[in-house]
Structure formats: C-alpha cells, structure tokens
Write a protein that binds this ligand. Structure first.
Ligand code: COA
Length: 330
C-alpha cells in the first residue's frame, strides 16, 4: 500500500544567540526565573530584516540534499508558520519563488505549534492518494521582531526563538513510513493564546491606540496553556499508539514540541517513557513554534538517536487550541 517516508531533513537557526542574561538587561527577569520555569537558557534571534522564508531556504536546501533531490522533484510545498513574511500571500508562495519552481502547488498552514504535525499529515494524505509523489513540509518562524521585549511582555518574550526546519516526504511502498497522524483542535478558548491585531474583525484593523496597548503582540494565559498541554499530549499520544497496536514501550524516540521543558518532563512521567527516549533542545532554542519539531527531529537524527526501523513519535500542542501527533516507522 502506498504511503510516505521522510527522505531528507534540514534545519537552520540564526547565528545570533540571546541568553537569559541578555533578556534580563532588557526587562525585569532573570536567568533563574526563566530556566527554572521553562528550561530555556538561550534562543536564537535574527538581526535586521529577516523573514520566515529567509530561515526556511537553507533548511530546505539541506533537506533536499539529504534526500538526494532538487527542488525540481517537488510536487507541492506546505509551509507551517504563525509569522509569515507578509500578511498575504502565504510564505509557501514566497518559498516557491526562492526555490524557482513556479507552477507547483503551495499551501500555508496556520496551526501554530501544531503546524508541522498537521503539515506532515496533509503531505501524507496527498501522497497516499497518488495525487502527489514528493512534498516539502516546512516549519519556520521569526518571533523576535514581534515580541514585546519590555517588562510588560516578559511572560511571553522570554519563551520564543527563531528558526526553521524542513522535511521532504516522498512516496513509498515499504514499511518505513509515516504510519498515522492524529489531529485535533478546539477553538472554544482561542483567546488564551493569540496575537490579535491587525485584525479583519476590527475596523480599522490597526490604530495608534492599539499600538500603544500592545495589541500587535502575542497574549497568553500561561497556566491555562500549560494545563491544556499536559492534558492533550498524553491523550493524543495514547490515541495514535493504541489505534496502531503499539505501546509507549515500542517507541524508540519521542520528539515533543519544545514549549517548556517542565511540560515535556511531566508528560514523559504521565505516559511512562524514560527521559532518555525523549529529545529536548528547548534549552538552546526556546520555543520556535512550527519549527520546533523539525529542528529537534533533525538534530536527533544527526546525533544518531534514530536508526532505520525505529518507531518515532512526534507530538505537539499550541494556540488554537490545537494538538496532534505523528507515528513514524523510521
Ligand atoms: N520573568 C520574571 N517574572 C515573570 C516573568 C518573567 N519572564 N513572566 C512572568 N513573571 C511573573 C509574573 O508576573 C508573576 O508575578 P506575580 O506572582 O507577582 O503576579 C509570576 O512571575 C508568576 O507568573 P505565572 O504566570 O504564574 O508563572 P508560571 O509558573 O505559570 O510560569 C510560564 C509561566 C509561561 C512559564 C508557564 O505558565 C508556561 O510555561 N505555560 C505554558 C506556556 C506555553 O507553553 N506556551 C506556548 C504554547 S505553544
């Protein structure tokens, strides 16, 4: 039966390292507060005018090289981001232009931290049906230019970093494949994590008063998001494992979304997976939203943490609220 496998991956982060001490010079915070509550020690922030597509390009070049392909082999580009280069068109179109492959299908995914998990599933569906043979899935974010780096925004600003990750999915008849994905959303409480303006529901969409109020910055009710994560991640992990006849003991490596080390440690305890089988790099990158899973997965592969035939579990949650998981036979 036709399915899809990851033929190559790439990732890219900006050179500029911003430590917790750097942030403490900009706002009332401390290395101790940030590290204790989130595990984050440093993150990468772009310098100057750099968009999500600029970070995506080197990640994609690496993924294509790893797959032994060129952009001409792609049938479709899926781009997951909450920080598109421009409001419209989608960054998938900008990336397609940079890769010089006019004519192929493009799609932007607006599912925030769950964006890459959704993207893998969408690519897999197109490949399974035979509509596409090879699909590029990208997660890329530039958060730093959209954060309130004063004390007013400290609860959010310390969490996020910039970066990009990419995977090339291609058709296979073999067992090494994306086995299944579980995707969910519940928009009831969308306001607990959102960036409101400019907004089509407001007329005008943006005013000097809104700028003063900081309504163009992300707003978050941190504890509510934390509770969502530790409830939904175990649920969706159980769902994707049990409906494929697997248990957590079968998983060789879990790569959870990198939002908070405490969340990932708590979820690992709840589902009963040894911490040695959970890959975390939030300490170095912060939360890179749609880019966090492909960056972490590719680093894990490069470090030799994944070998052919391993069962790999990806799981994410985020704004929306959204959550999901992918189960992969590597
Ligand atoms: N530095 C220092 N103090 C800070 C701070 C910072 N960067 N941010 C907030 N504080 C303060 C608060 O103002 C509050 O002060 P008060 O007690 O005087 O009112 C205090 O620290 C505690 O704030 P609280 O929000 O209760 O902390 P918390 O223990 O819930 O931790 C998070 C905050 C954000 C780390 C935590 O809620 C979290 O990680 N939530 C999930 C967020 C997430 O994953 N988001 C991304 C989803 S994809």
């Amino acid at each position: 039966m036709r399915g899809s496998r990851i033929a190559g991956m790439g990732h890219f982060v900006p050179e500029n390292i911003v430590t917790n001490d750097h942030l403490a010079a900009l706002m009332e915070t401390s290395d101790e507060w940030i590290a204790k509550r989130t595990g984050i020690r440093e993150r990468r922030w772009v310098v100057g005018d750099v968009g999500a597509t600029d970070l995506a390009v080197p990640a994609v070049e690496q993924a294509l090289a790893e797959a032994g392909m060129t952009a001409a082999d792609l049938d479709m580009i899926i781009f997951a981001t909450l920080s598109p280069d421009v409001n419209f068109p989608g960054s998938s179109c900008l990336l397609q232009a940079r890769l010089a492959v006019p004519g192929i299908a493009t799609l932007d995914i607006r599912n925030q931290c769950t964006g890459f998990v959704y993207g893998l599933s969408v690519a897999d569906q197109f490949i399974r049906t035979g509509a596409m043979k090879t699909v590029l899935v990208v997660g890329a974010e530039v958060h730093s230019s959209g954060l309130d780096i004063s004390t007013r925004g400290r609860d959010v600003a310390v969490l996020f970093g910039d970066g990009a990750g990419a995977a090339v999915l291609t058709a296979t008849e073999g067992d090494n494949r994306l086995i299944d994905s579980a995707l969910h959303a519940d928009g009831t409480d969308y306001e607990i994590l959102m960036l409101e303006a400019p907004a089509s529901r407001l007329n005008p969409r943006f005013t000097p008063e809104m700028f003063e109020q900081g309504r163009h910055y992300p707003q978050m009710v941190g504890q509510a998001v934390f509770k969502h994560a530790v409830k939904r991640l175990p649920e969706v992990i159980d769902e994707v494992l049990s409906r494929n006849g697997a248990t957590i003991d079968d998983v060789a490596l879990m790569v959870p979304h990198q939002a908070n080390l405490r969340i990932n440690e708590m979820v690992a305890r709840m589902i009963g997976i040894d911490s040695s089988k959970v890959y975390n790099n939030i300490q170095r990158y912060g939360n890179t939203t749609a880019a966090s899973i492909p960056i972490a997965l590719h680093e894990a592969v490069q470090e030799g943490r994944v070998k052919s035939g391993d069962l790999v579990l990806l799981a994410a949650f985020g704004a929306g609220l959204t959550w999901g998981a992918n189960l992969i036979r590597w």
